[in-house]
Design a protein around this ligand. Structure first.
Ligand SMILES: *Cc1c(COP(=O)(O)O)cnc(C)c1O
Length: 428
């Protein structure tokens, strides 16, 4: 079939306006096709230039850069928040760049988790990213609770996805807080954020979302959906670099709350240097900052976000869906889901339930992901059997996707999936 050929992939790319933006990214010399943008996004020229600019400013200003650098460092967290607000459907003052993902989870949960005897459970899911579960358990322990009793993890029926109906059923009157992923890190399932936030709201349960796998890949409408709070990282789809600054969203309806973990960076900016011991929060999400803003990675994010501003998240999402559709179609049409290939699709096929990556399962997934890397396809493996491929709209072409699928086939044809190998690396 024509659609399965390399020529067809090239034809799709010839009509692919997003390839213009690919030129604004620096390709790693490691590998040919980079499908790890959901773990660590690539460096853009914009981010590189923005960091270089920061270095120059630091060189010439020293401490004077806090107020005099262009742009100034003192309000960088707020500025970045305003730039990210359109990505999540928020007003500028509801988002701030600060901390890191798990730290922000702690800062937000400690504010929104108000356990009382009859209502002390936290609701999350059994497919959550481990760090979230560790953090939630420790938050419960911090309040004198028992994590085995008070943390309720909604089970999955198939080990891949969470049924929203099960979450809704678990939103009972003893639930004090609900923290959910927007997109599941392994299967790539996108939850119905609007519905879950609405039902939580109706039942008096604050609902917050971990959006590490969705911000920069899909549009959100947090304000319209009445989401209470959210947090995310900027090193995945936002391409700000390894360990870069995190971000959080607080619905303005909660601006009157006092952050449970305060620090001087959340102080009213006009008076911060009065050095008073009486804490006075900045209005808005800025109050949830704790420590001095990380200007180095913030500078990288500043450059990177420029691209999102230029393109718009809706366009990025449309292209991402075309690429994941194409990947899924190739897997199905080339017979890779059948013997002798036996790949399985772990990601929902409906657009409204799919994030930015595709989970391809195989009993020999670990050997296959290794063989893929040897063949120049950079993607990762998540136990027990998931190979994740993220065809990021900003820098992945249809031809890249076509290449990756050819290798999935060739590896089985060559029997490389049966190769024995040493232990898995520390980071996969
Ligand atoms: C990547 C990821 C994190 C990362 O947490 P850090 O604190 O930034 O290390 C957290 N949650 C989810 C769902 C993730 O995918």
């Amino acid at each position: 079939m024509f659609t399965l050929t390399k020529e067809y992939a090239q034809h799709l790319d010839s009509e692919n306006p997003m390839l213009e933006y690919r030129k604004r990214f620096l390709s790693p010399t490691f590998g040919d096709v980079y499908l790890e943008g959901n773990s660590l996004g690539l460096l853009s020229i914009d981010a590189e230039q923005s960091m270089a600019n920061f270095m120059e400013q630091w060189k010439s200003w020293g401490i004077g850069g806090w107020l005099n650098a262009d742009p100034d460092w003192f309000t960088l967290g707020e500025r970045l928040g305003a730039m990210m607000a359109p990505l999540v459907g928020a007003e500028p003052g509801e988002v701030v760049a600060t901390g890191t993902t798990t730290i922000n989870l702690h800062a937000l949960v400690s504010t929104f988790y108000r356990p009382v005897a009859s209502r002390r459970k936290i609701l999350a899911t059994s497919l959550d990213f481990p760090s979230d579960v560790y953090a939630l358990k420790s938050q419960i322990a911090l309040r004198g609770g028992d994590a085995d009793r008070d943390l309720m993890l909604v089970e999955s029926n198939d080990g891949r996805c969470i049924d929203e109906d099960d979450v809704v059923r678990a939103m009972t009157s003893d639930v004090a807080l609900c923290v959910l992923p927007s997109v599941l890190y392994r299967s790539g399932q996108l939850l119905d954020i609007e519905r879950l936030a609405a039902i939580g709201r109706a039942r008096g349960i604050p609902v917050g979302f971990d959006c590490a796998h969705s911000v920069g890949a899909i549009p959100h409408r947090f304000d319209d959906w009445n989401v209470d709070f959210a947090f995310w990282c900027t090193y995945k789809y936002l391409n700000a670099g390894p360990g870069s600054i995190g971000a959080l969203y607080i619905n303005r309806q909660h601006f009157d709350r006092v952050p449970a973990m305060s620090g001087w960076w959340g102080y009213d900016k006009d008076r911060q240097f009065d050095m008073s011991h009486e804490w006075k929060g900045a209005g808005g999400a800025g109050a949830w900052q704790i420590s001095t803003v990380d200007v180095l990675s913030g500078s990288s994010l500043l450059g990177s976000l420029q691209l999102f501003d230029d393109i718009g998240i809706q366009t990025i999402r449309e292209q991402s869906l075309k690429l994941t559709d194409y990947l899924i179609t190739l897997l199905q049409s080339l017979g890779l889901m059948e013997s002798p290939y036996r790949y399985r699709l772990g990601t929902p096929t409906e657009h409204r339930r799919r994030g930015g990556h595709v989970a391809i399962e195989h009993d020999n997934g670990e050997s296959i992901s290794r063989a893929l890397r040897n063949r120049g396809i950079v993607c990762d493996f998540r136990p027990p059997d998931v190979i994740r491929m993220a065809p990021v709209a900003l820098y992945i072409s249809f031809h890249d996707v076509w290449r990756a699928v050819q290798e999935l086939k060739a590896i089985i044809d060559a029997g490389e999936h049966l190769d024995q190998h040493e232990d898995r690396g520390l980071v996969t």
